[in-house]
Design a binder for this molecule. Structure first.
Ligand SMILES: [Zn+2]
Length: 78
């Protein structure tokens, strides 16, 4: 398998699990479309409250769009 992700994982979106404190990595697309996240370590289900999270989700959406632009414009690398 050839990795096609050229970005270092320093901006991996996600959150720390409130139960086991393990970092739950996800993707912006997943956050925008999924109803909940599940911690892979302790299986805690974290519901995404879209009403209360609307501002954060809008910010995420903008970040996601910006990242896609960056992927297209490789001259911004580095
Ligand atoms: Zn957990």
């Amino acid at each position: 398998m050839k990795p096609n992700n050229i970005y270092p994982p320093q901006r991996t979106p996600g959150m720390n699990c409130p139960r086991c404190r393990n970092f739950i990595s996800t993707s912006i697309d997943e956050l925008l479309s999924a109803d909940y996240l599940r911690c892979p370590t302790c299986n805690l289900q974290l519901n995404i409250d879209r009403n209360n999270s609307r501002k954060a989700l809008n910010t995420l959406r903008k970040v996601g769009e910006a990242q896609k632009l960056v992927e297209k414009n490789s001259k911004f690398n580095g």
